[in-house]
Design a protein around this ligand. Structure first.
Ligand code: THU
Length: 143
């Protein structure tokens, strides 16, 4: 995962997240979120938050984008993800979504945050979830 995300791919991610955001269903929080993920093979998948009157059942935008990716092309390693909110601010993935991203991201994969009129800024995944729990932990032998 050494390849950096170039401007072209960053734009594709942002466009997909904008499409996701346009579909966001957030009548309860009033906080629409769009997300997009970029696989190492170059595919882009979008998602949006999908809330529910039974609040805890609501789905985060990142979870929707990952669900789309897995159900369309199967498991894939991610090169980047982007979260877009409709306000003049940026928001980073919630704790649960950091763990969801961990499943498909290596330490150097990039996570971007963008907002209304605010371009994306990115950090390596390891900065968002250092010392993450993952499949490697489950694979350790029992004593
Ligand atoms: N939300 C996301 O979609 N992604 C995050 O990483 C943070 C929170 C959604 C969940 C809920 O629909 C709304 O934002 C307010 O929490």
């Amino acid at each position: 995962m050494k390849e950096p995300v170039d401007q072209y791919d960053l734009k594709r991610l942002l466009r997909a997240a904008q499409e996701g955001l346009a579909h966001a269903y957030a009548p309860y929080s009033g906080f629409p979120v769009g997300a997009a993920v970029l696989t190492v093979a170059g595919e882009v998948f979008a998602g949006c938050n999908v809330e529910n009157a039974a609040y805890p059942l609501g789905l985060c935008a990142e979870a929707a984008a990952l669900g789309s990716m897995v159900s369309t092309v199967g498991h894939r390693r991610l090169r980047a993800a982007l979260v877009l909110i409709a306000r003049p601010a940026r928001a980073w993935p919630c704790g649960g979504c950091r763990q969801r991203l961990q499943e498909f991201m290596e330490a150097e994969a990039m996570v971007y945050a963008a907002g209304f009129d605010l371009g994306p800024i990115g950090v390596p995944f390891a900065q968002l979830l250092p010392r993450a729990f993952g499949g490697h932990d489950l694979a350790r032998p029992t004593p």
